[in-house]
Design a protein around this ligand. Structure first.
Ligand code: PLP
Length: 371
């Protein structure tokens, strides 16, 4: 059989199957006890007082901003290098995303650039824990405190990641997680909002369900952002496996780094001291010294059955949507350079030791011109 190593792969087992069958047999398919069980276990895992499940990660970010009261005339500082949802949810509130560049080392938002971009209209900063490596929350929380603004954690890629033993999702004022199929744990589509702030928690809960404080009694604006019991059933089972999934990712990342270290022109990802990386993606940067360019490397790997992806091919401000809104080109040089160089290699828990060895050997063959 021909070898094919996908760049990501959800892992489902008997636990997920039996929990979903239980829900189907119970006849209670919508928000209810299973969603509440998932929320309680997730809150306890992250170490926060409140967790609210919603239908996807974009909805989680949207509700987080709504709960902070972000609206027209407000500015929110976001990293220029992230998945588009991080910036789009700001536009969705009628507010203005202000792009900050990213740190060269981790490609997470650069606090110095954030500090430079604060204005009288700034209401919040969104810190993305990109690829599973936490952003510099200490510096960001200090800036936020100085300016009386909020920090929203976009933890869509970082379930279980830590800074000095504290899990992300419980460090900022409010956080959003995604359980999309490629994430470290999945419910197919799904999301969660976490917070310790009772006021934010109340507004999230109300917004999620048509602003009703009791059945058919609506005290504020809201929508339907609810998660189904089927999603939550998968989530409960996946959450119990999250630590073992993350350990497998960490082992795979270590083996990849060990194998790839000697290759010239290839910049490897790092884990900063005090930070726990959960390797949602293992992202190398293809530098000038490498014999082929990033896109050619991806093509050669694909021909040999190794799936890769580019997270992300453009900094957000260069996306046609943002250019059409008048953002000038080349605002954030580190993000622009990263977009030209990054390539995500498979690191997911379904990789066998042989798969990892094959990826390393294939990379070495390409680097030495044997392919
Ligand atoms: C950084 C980041 N933010 C937000 C999202 C949005 O999550 P979802 O796809 O579940 O809507 C994702 C995932 O796709 C993401 O990677």
């Amino acid at each position: 059989m021909e070898r094919h190593i996908p760049v990501s792969k959800p892992i489902m087992g008997e636990e997920e199957l039996s929990r979903v069958i239980e829900v189907l047999k119970s006849g209670w398919l919508v928000h209810g006890p299973v969603v509440e069980e998932f929320e309680e276990e997730f809150a306890s895992y992250i170490g926060v007082n409140h967790a609210y499940a919603v239908f996807n990660g974009t909805a989680a970010l949207d509700l987080a901003l709504k709960a902070l009261g972000i609206g027209p005339g407000d500015e929110v500082i976001v990293p220029d290098f992230t998945f588009i949802a991080t910036a789009n949810v700001v536009l969705m509130q009628g507010a203005k995303p202000i792009f900050a560049d990213v740190e060269d080392e981790t490609l997470t938002i650069n606090p110095d650039d954030v500090a430079d971009k604060i204005s009288g209209r700034t209401r919040a900063i969104i810190a993305v824990h990109l690829y599973g490596h936490p952003a510099d929350m200490k510096a960001l929380m200090e800036i936020a405190e100085d300016h009386h603004i909020y920090v929203v954690e976009d933890a869509a890629q970082a379930h279980g990641a830590e800074i000095n033993g504290r899990r992300v999702g419980g460090i900022g004022h409010v956080a959003a997680f995604s359980f999309y199929a490629t994430k470290n744990m999945t419910t197919g589509e799904g999301g969660m909002i976490t917070t310790n702030d009772p006021g934010i928690a109340y507004r999230v809960k109300m917004w999620r369900d048509h602003g009703q404080d009791s059945r058919y009694h609506h005290v504020m604006l809201g929508g339907n952002y609810r998660m189904t019991a089927l999603q939550a059933a998968i989530g409960v089972a996946q959450l119990r496996k999250l630590d073992s999934f993350n350990e497998a990712r960490r082992r795979n990342a270590e083996k990849l780094s060990e194998g790839l270290r000697s290759i010239g022109g290839l910049r490897l990802p790092v884990e900063k001291p005090g930070y726990k990386h959960v390797w949602h993606q293992y992202v190398v940067r293809v530098e000038e010294g490498f014999p082929v360019g990033r896109d050619e490397l991806a093509r050669l790997l694909s021909e040999r059955g190794v799936g890769t992806a580019v997270h992300y091919p453009l900094p957000i401000h260069m996306q046609p949507l943002y250019r059409s809104l008048g953002y000038p080109p080349n605002m954030c040089p580190v993000a622009s350079e990263a977009a030209r160089r990054v390539l995500s290699l498979p690191v997911h828990p379904a990789l066998s030791p042989n798969d990892v060895k094959y990826i390393v050997d294939t990379m070495k063959d390409i680097a030495s011109g044997r392919i």
